[in-house]
Design a protein around this ligand. Structure first.
Ligand code: PLP
Length: 348
């Protein structure tokens, strides 16, 4: 894997820590679980987008861009980190944001941070409904509108797709596998599984690409937070093939290696449930580690449930990637408090 030949701007604090979760494991039982702290990458409170942005911003620079355009929900972590990255390299950022029903409103969490960093924020309302393709096409069109407006006023815009989930961004997570293997070797840990929250598929694509290209035998388990298994697997296949082309490597057939778990998606993206709130509380109480309500809390609930249901063997070693998202805890404060108070009362 010739990752070092691909242009990259250093933006993240790497390597992120690989930490044991002794109290969590003792209380839960089952396999050995470690946590990879990609919530500590830096860039305005950290998260998985930092690794992708290192490659995306290098590409934007090569193309002479002065303004980044990206999209997401109002509480998008990707949007917040894109603004931070733009500011670090002296660029401007335009955010084309979508209000979604499940998310709490107000200038709070990620939106507050976007505002503080001086992002040009455009709220749009694409057709609602369940068709993710139609929605993403509408957002793409809105971004292209902004791009042509910027070009007319003499700027050079660069569009980053939702979540930075494209072949270039995914390279950041192929690199994360290299980083993880070095850390695991150092402490003599043999990793059997990586588990993480999967949204647009960029993270899972990069992790799987890295795991396959390095012949690690590690199984990458993506717990979907929004899409069904078929839709996400198809996206991942396309992204990996694109990344493979960028690296000039021949990949083994990918389809059979993609593991997307979509059992934990309901009731849908951004809806907080009592199970997810409880998983957030459990990790906070056992390890003092904070997860987020939209991605990592859901993935943690999924992983804990899969552990209880015997999906993993007792002698497996799982690395849970903490992909960030913690600023969203704050706008969800009301729901979190309510759900956890209810659970406490039910236990009394
Ligand atoms: C964006 C995001 C993800 C999902 O990453 P993808 O590469 O889009 O699958 C997971 N966790 C957090 C906190 C995120 O912000």
């Amino acid at each position: 894997m010739q990752l070092s030949k691909i242009p990259r701007v250093r933006l993240a604090s790497l390597p992120t820590p690989l930490e044991e979760m002794p109290n969590f494991c003792k209380k839960l039982g089952g396999p050995h679980v470690l946590i990879k702290r990609d919530d500590n990458t830096g860039l305005a409170f950290g998260g998985n987008k930092a690794r992708k942005l290192e490659f995306l911003i290098a590409d934007a620079r090569m193309k002479g861009a002065d303004t980044l355009i990206t999209t997401g929900a109002v509480q998008s972590n990707h949007a917040r980190m894109t603004v931070a990255a733009a500011r670090r390299v002296g660029m401007r950022a335009v955010l084309v944001l979508q209000e979604i029903e499940s998310e709490p409103g107000g200038c709070d969490g990620n939106l507050l941070l976007d505002f503080l960093m001086g992002a040009d924020i455009r709220l749009v309302n694409p057709p609602s409904g369940k068709d993710p393709k139609a929605r993403s096409q509408a957002m793409q069109k809105a971004m292209e509108g902004v791009a042509s407006e910027l070009r007319d006023s003499g700027h050079v815009p660069y569009i980053i797709p939702s979540g930075g989930s494209n072949p270039t961004g995914a390279l950041g997570y192929a690199n994360a596998v290299l980083e993880l293997i070095a850390q695991a070797n150092e402490v003599g840990v043999g990793v059997t599984h990586i588990v993480h929250a999967s949204g647009g598929g960029g993270t899972q694509s990069g992790l799987l690409l890295g795991a396959l290209a390095l012949n690690t035998g590690i199984k990458v388990v993506g717990i979907s937070v929004s899409s069904d298994r078929n839709y996400l697997s198809e996206r991942i296949t396309n992204i990996i093939q694109g990344s493979g082309r960028l690296l000039g490597i021949d990949l083994p057939p990918i389809g059979d290696n993609i593991t997307v778990i979509d059992d934990y998606v309901p009731p849908g993206y951004g809806y907080l449930t009592s199970e997810v709130a409880d998983a957030i509380r459990f990790v906070a109480e056992t390890e003092g580690i904070l997860l987020d309500p939209v991605y990592t809390g859901k993935a943690m609930y999924g992983m804990m449930d899969m552990i209880k249901n015997g999906y993993f063997a007792e002698d497996d070693t799982i690395v849970f990637f903490h992909t960030g998202g913690t600023p969203a805890l704050f706008p969800y404060r009301g729901q979190l408090k309510l759900l956890l108070d209810e659970a406490r009362k039910a236990h009394e």
